[in-house]
Design a protein around this ligand. Structure first.
Ligand code: FAD
Ligand code: SF4
Length: 520
């Protein structure tokens, strides 16, 4: 084959940058420039990525590549099956640089520290300059977050969220929050009660097309021993893999689920994985949707009277607040954030996290659903799996690897702060003001999981003791001295102090027994 002639720019597009209008494409000239994309094993094996997650990324990349080719954009796309594929990102990029001899590499800021370092390394090694452009699919820049953080003794979501609400004039009226409050959290914590959820609209899922079917077969062959389930049916894989599909999912959410989103945001129910959530995190993270457009549409729904303020504010707070907040934390704290372990947690992740084989019903439900669909909603992640690993004292890096592997929306910039900061309190309170800990009674209140469980959520020791309740008290005893210094933990520590020594000893013995039961 003749050697290609040198080009001007090689545009690097990663698997979570599937936006043809991204800043990387600004000034793109098909006569002088070329897009580069690569599927490499390394991205699915540096953590033990679930089959659902691999299939989503690869299928979305292949659909995006097709769109680029259909638009006559010159593209070099390296597929898994390519026999010359070195299966590493830097290996493939080096080969592309040798082949096309670009004057510069251009990309939109990546979402992952490790990937950024790799690409910077290739640029340094080859001497080809790398231009990194701002990602305008977010409301804020990392620099803005760093400025915000610089003048504060303590970071808190609420202040960042208010700053962005004001700056972008979202749900604001005459400089004040619409409705007079910044936050409607109190209205957004209902459970379904004994009678269970109201009718839940069926989620919009997509039957795998020819591209997705091919990817599913590939993943099932190539990554057969990876966690989770995957098949070429509507139940086996239904995630949006194109922008058009992502827009349909989001429009369906605004119409069918947003009105009840806020009220039932924290509720859980057996065999009901989807509830009133949006299911758009993967589309947002792959850049099939922008944060601006989803926030705008939610605001319009409120102004047109199609959804109540509490629901709309609750949804907007997740996107404008939490999503931008965790991104700022990730990029201002990496790479040392990955090493945080403030509570000195060192237990291994129980084996049942990879197969759902446990008699704790809440964990069984959440893990099995995650393995099947690559999805669990926020409270399942925070107050079931995350709560259990926190109380058990699992090493935060093992917890991080599990979450990054499991979910279709898992990309490190958003997953890591949610795990290290919010869920495991491993950053010692940088992100959250107190650890999210509770007994099994919280799970009982917010779900019907305990009804089908052999344990009793109000019992801390004895045959029927709920492991969450046992471990909650054991955790408080273990961390009593540090927790008693946290003003937000005063009540919980006071309750512990009221407990008799006899009960404390019984709980500690029960906790020990539970830990022993987890050993292989
Ligand atoms: P909805 O509940 O409908 O919320 C709407 C959107 O708000 C989401 O799509 C998401 O983009 C955003 N959002 C909500 N909560 C958060 C949050 N805490 N941080 C950032 N964005 C948020 N989210 C990810 O996108 N990727 C992850 O890898 C991820 N890992 C998590 C790990 C743990 C331990 C916890 C507690 C949370 C994690 N989250 C993660 C946040 C949240 O759980 C998911 O975004 C949400 O469950 C995705 O489902 P949904 O689209 O139906 O969200
Ligand atoms: Fe989970 Fe405990 Fe309830 Fe069982 S009793 S479902 S282990 S919280």
């Amino acid at each position: 084959m003749p050697k290609p002639s040198p080009i001007r720019h090689l545009i690097v597009v990663l698997g979570d940058q599937l936006n043809p209008d991204s800043t990387a494409f600004a000034g793109f000239d098909p006569k002088q420039d070329r897009v580069w994309m690569a599927e490499v094993n390394e991205e699915s094996t540096h953590i033990w990525s679930s089959k659902q997650r691999i299939a989503l990324f690869i299928s979305a990349m292949r659909h995006f590549a097709k769109e680029l080719r259909d638009s006559k954009i010159p593209l070099s796309y390296i597929a898994f099956e390519d026999p010359s594929n070195s299966q590493s990102l830097d290996g493939e990029l080096l080969k592309a640089i040798q082949a096309f001899q670009p004057q510069a590499l251009i990309m939109t800021a990546p979402g992952d520290w490790r990937v950024l370092e790799k690409i910077k390394g290739v640029s340094k090694q080859t001497g080809v300059p790398l231009e990194i452009r701002e990602d305008d699919y977010f409301f804020s820049t990392v620099r803005e977050f760093a400025e915000h953080a610089k003048v504060r003794k303590q970071l808190r979501l609420e202040y960042w969220y208010r700053e962005l609400r004001k700056k972008h004039s979202i749900l604001m009226e005459d400089g004040q929050p619409i409705g007079g409050e910044w936050n409607y959290d109190q209205e957004n914590r209902s459970s379904f009660g004994k009678e269970g959820p109201p009718p839940i609209p069926a989620p919009l899922r997509f039957k795998p097309d020819a591209i997705t079917k091919e990817v599913i077969q590939l993943v099932n062959e190539r990554f057969a021993n990876h966690p989770g389930e995957l098949s070429a049916s509507l139940e086996g894989f239904g995630w949006p893999v194109t922008r058009a599909q992502a827009l349909l999912v989001f429009t369906d959410f605004i119409k069918m689920r947003l009105p009840l989103y806020g009220q039932f945001q924290d509720a859980m129910w057996t065999k009901e994985p989807w509830l009133f959530h949006a299911h758009i995190a993967s589309a947002l993270n792959l850049k099939l949707l922008s944060a601006h457009e989803v926030v705008d549409a939610a605001q319009v729904a409120f102004h047109q009277g199609r959804a109540p303020l509490a629901a709309v504010e609750g949804f907007i707070r997740q996107i404008l607040g939490w999503r931008e907040y965790v991104r700022g934390i990730y990029w201002t704290q990496m790479p040392s954030y990955l090493e945080r372990n403030a509570l000195n947690a060192n237990a291994p992740l129980p084996a049942f996290f990879w197969n759902g084989n446990t008699s704790m019903n809440c964990l069984q439900e959440t893990i099995n659903q995650s393995l099947k669909t690559g999805y669990a909603h926020h409270i399942q992640r925070l107050m079931v799996t995350g709560l259990y690993t926190l109380l058990l004292g699992v090493h935060p890096k093992e917890v991080h690897a599990w979450y990054l592997s499991m979910y279709v929306d898992a990309v490190e910039w958003v997953e890591l702060p949610n795990v290290i900061g919010m869920s495991q309190f491993a950053d010692g309170g940088l992100m959250a003001s107190k650890p999210y800990i509770a007994t099994g009674k919280y799970i009982d209140r917010m779900s019907n999981y305990c009804k089908g469980c052999r344990f009793k959520p109000d019992q801390s020791h004895g045959q029927d003791a709920c492991p969450f309740t046992t471990l909650y008290w054991d955790f408080l005893m273990h961390h009593e001295s540090s927790m008693s210094k946290n003003p937000r933990m005063v009540m919980q520590v006071r309750n512990l102090k009221r407990m008799s020594d006899e009960t404390k000893a019984a709980i500690q013995a029960q906790a020990k027994q539970h830990r022993l039961s987890l050993q292989p």
